[in-house]
Design a protein around this ligand. Structure first.
Ligand code: THU
Length: 135
């Protein structure tokens, strides 16, 4: 993945992170996905006073991508509010896998600027996808 594209994804995730609505956890997360059309879609976590209704940043970013008419993810960045990498929760791994193949890179960016890279397949081996339904 081109380092300039990764930097643009990090910048977009961090920008979205600033708008995080997370008064209950005080844990601001930003995410950005690169669509197959080359465009970047960002999102933040959106919490709710009814706690279980909160939405992760990844889900917001994916929703923005789908709303714009693109259905394939080529890269993901998740921006953490602290110095520990914020790996996607189990539900978000499944949401990412719906639109990304196993080889798609997922980058975890920290506040201090470090970047860790894994693949969708490493995050969610043996993913359940639409092909599973056909079998
Ligand atoms: N959160 C995300 O937005 N993405 C993740 O990958 C992990 C957790 C959010 C959910 C909740 O609003 C807050 O972080 C604390 O769990």
């Amino acid at each position: 993945m081109d380092s300039k594209i990764i930097q643009n994804l990090v910048d977009s995730a961090r920008q979205a992170q600033q708008n995080s609505h997370s008064p209950y956890s005080n844990f601001k997360v930003g995410a950005a996905v690169l669509g197959a059309n080359g465009k970047i879609y960002a999102g933040c976590n959106v919490e709710n006073a009814a706690y279980p209704l909160g939405q992760c940043a990844e889900a917001t970013a994916i929703g923005n991508m789908i709303t714009s008419g693109t259905q394939s993810i080529k890269a993901v960045v998740i921006a953490s509010p602290n110095d520990a990498a914020c790996y996607p929760c189990g539900g978000c791994r499944q949401k990412i896998a719906e639109f990304a193949s196993d080889d798609v890179p997922v980058y975890m960016s920290t506040r201090s600027g470090s970047l860790q890279k894994v693949s969708v397949g490493e995050l969610l081996p043996f993913a359940f996808r639409d092909s599973s339904l056909a079998g």
